[in-house]
Write a protein that binds this ligand. Structure first.
Ligand SMILES: NC(=O)c1ccc[n+]([C@@H]2O[C@H](COP(=O)([O-])OP(=O)(O)OC[C@H]3O[C@@H](n4cnc5c(N)ncnc54)[C@H](O)[C@@H]3O)[C@@H](O)[C@H]2O)c1
Length: 321
């Protein structure tokens, strides 16, 4: 059976990806230090290693397993934290990744490495969406800088050392198991508010748009990037793929659809726009469809209904416990 190592497999997106590999009969190992990931998210069919990606033991594990695929999702993924503590951000996101890539280079050069990058933050705010992979990169936070740096390393390891590297650049991922933090925490936050019967707060006029992509579709895109024939390795964008819907949805529409799907009547409150927040951000996803045959399947309405159902069930289980 093929083997995958999923870093961040106890997290939101990683746990869905682990299930995807298990469904195909793969042997799956998870590396996660549970800093934001949860034991409850660990799939029973996978082997869990409670390790930091910066630890030599993580490198040794990859050296001994020599996996077919290393899906690297573990990260410091909070943009605000990256602004407060760019050293910690870089130590996890850059040095932690290099620890793994060096192990692949020395001990497992046939491993395909799939990196979880960001289509929401890589291109910056001064673009006219939809942003294609070739859009000029203008990272505006230490988090985005660390993601772009790793993409350069991925291209370098491919070109200079012949490693099989690929970067998937996600829009705002939402769905079951999402915590109310991170780039797309708004869906989880809104679900929580509706369950408490409290108003939803929108910052600014609510016309700002984002590319909300369902977590099951994202796991599928990573699965495709992990297993399909890829374009030749080359410069930065040669093996970079946007993963989104190609649709910019306003926060007003998001809130409205979620309230409808939840069967709720909570009001919407408006608060002053937050400084530094981009007006519009969504990605062009035609490249991944052309090259790998992936496209999103879950509509926003279906995805929001699933997210709310999951949040409500979790809430009910916690109030019984
Ligand atoms: N959620 C989004 O909208 C979004 C958008 C773009 C990119 N991404 C990227 O996707 C990946 C997964 O994000 P997520 O939303 O599932 O977040 P998450 O916080 O749920 O998952 C990250 C996982 O990494 C683990 N981790 C963090 N630091 C670690 C370390 N030093 N060693 C070992 N494990 C560590 C955490 O415990 C957690 O389980 C991240 O790389 C993130 O930057 C997410």
């Amino acid at each position: 059976m093929p083997t995958a190592v999923v870093t961040g497999g106890a997290g939101f997106i990683g746990s869905h990806l682990v299930e995807r590999f298990l469904r195909e009969g793969w042997t799956v190992h998870i590396i996660d230090n549970l800093v934001t990931g949860k034991r409850d998210n660990l799939a029973s069919g996978a082997t869990f290693h409670e390790l930091d990606i910066r630890d030599a033991k993580s490198a040794e594990l990859i050296a001994s397993l020599k996996p077919d695929v290393l899906a690297h999702l573990a990260a410091q993924m909070d943009v605000r934290r990256s602004v407060e503590d760019p050293v910690y951000d870089a130590s996890v996101n850059i040095l932690g990744t290099l620890n793994l890539l060096e192990s692949v280079r020395k001990h497992s050069p046939k491993t395909r490495v799939v990196f979880a990058s960001t289509g929401g933050a890589l291109y910056g705010d001064n673009t006219t969406p939809p942003n294609s992979e070739e859009t000029k990169k203008d990272p505006e936070s230490p988090y985005a800088i660390s993601k772009l740096s790793v993409e350069y390393y991925m291209a370098y390891y491919g070109r200079v050392h012949g490693l099989d590297t690929v970067a998937t650049r996600f829009g705002n991922v939402y769905g079951p198991r999402q915590d109310p933090h991170g780039e797309a925490g708004v869906v989880a936050i809104f679900c929580g508010r509706i369950l408490q019967g409290r108003p939803l707060t929108i910052f600014g006029d609510g016309l700002q748009t984002r590319d909300y992509v369902y977590v099951g579709d994202v796991a599928e895109a990573i699965w495709f990037a992990a297993t399909k024939t890829l374009p030749a390795i080359g410069l930065l964008d040669a093996r970079g793929f946007n993963v989104g819907t190609g649709i910019g949805t306003s926060v007003n529409d998001l809130a409205k659809i979620l309230i409808e799907e939840a069967g709720s009547s909570v009001p919407i409150d408006y608060a002053p726009k937050r400084p530094g927040e981009a007006q519009d951000s969504f990605v062009d996803v035609s490249k991944i469809e052309r090259a790998l045959g992936w496209r999103p399947r879950v509509t926003l309405r279906e995805g929001l209904a699933n997210s709310f159902r999951w949040a409500a069930e979790k809430n009910a289980a916690e109030s019984v416990a």
